[in-house]
Design a protein around this ligand. Structure first.
Ligand code: FES
Length: 205
């Protein structure tokens, strides 16, 4: 259980989020304002950072803003996996276990995360800090194995790396996203037989 708090009965965008919602709506003609639906769902979820989900009250409010049926909005919210209708942890740890990550050791990362957090995939820690999920390719295969935590990617991970990252997040310490072996982007690891090893090898002089 990520949170046992009763969700608020009402919802309105706070000024900073209302401003962002206004900008999203301005991207479309008034007759097509429903095109902003995902942006508004995402903003509502970000505003509700305590439980990282879109509450019923927020759904009602967005349905009204967009003049869209509540059922239609529910269909959209439930289709996209980045939108949560139930509370999740402050940190959503999404472990990629698709083939490239699996071949590079994602199973051991999942096992390490489960052990470190004391939960299984699909569960949340009782303090509401972490939710652990297994996901399909997150598009960082060249830096496999990779894990996404909220908006950030952590790449070139080992079991020790993920344990340290989770420890630091739990302790409120800073963590560094990106390659954990300080690889720049997806540049070659070690020496390549092609002779292309660093950026200057393929840049025109
Ligand atoms: S398979 Fe894991 S990022 Fe693509």
């Amino acid at each position: 259980m990520a949170s046992s708090k009763t969700p608020p009965a009402s919802f309105s965008f706070r000024p900073a989020f209302a401003e962002r919602a206004k900008k999203e709506l301005a991207k479309y003609p008034p007759s097509r304002k429903q095109s902003a639906v995902l942006a508004l769902l995402d903003l509502a979820q970000r505003q509700n950072s305590e439980t990282n989900c879109v509450t019923d009250a927020a759904m009602d409010s967005i349905a009204k803003m967009l003049e869209i049926s509540r059922m239609r909005l529910e269909e959209i919210a439930s289709f996209y996996t980045m939108i949560h209708r139930k509370p999740i942890g402050k940190y959503h740890v999404q472990c990629c276990t698709t083939t490239p990550c699996m071949l590079r050791g994602s199973d051991s990362l999942v096992a390490a995360a489960e052990q470190k957090l004391g939960i299984r995939i699909g569960e949340s820690t009782s303090d509401g800090l972490f939710t652990l999920s297994r996901v399909e390719c997150i598009g960082a295969c060249a830096n496999a194995p990779a894990v996404q935590i909220n908006d950030d990617f952590y790449e070139d991970l080992s079991k020790e790396h993920i344990e340290k990252i989770l420890d630091n997040l739990a302790a409120g310490k800073p963590v560094t996203a990106g390659s954990q072996i300080m690889r720049r982007g997806a540049e070659p690891m070690g020496r390549s037989e092609t002779g292309i090893n660093k950026r200057s090898d393929y840049e025109m002089s």
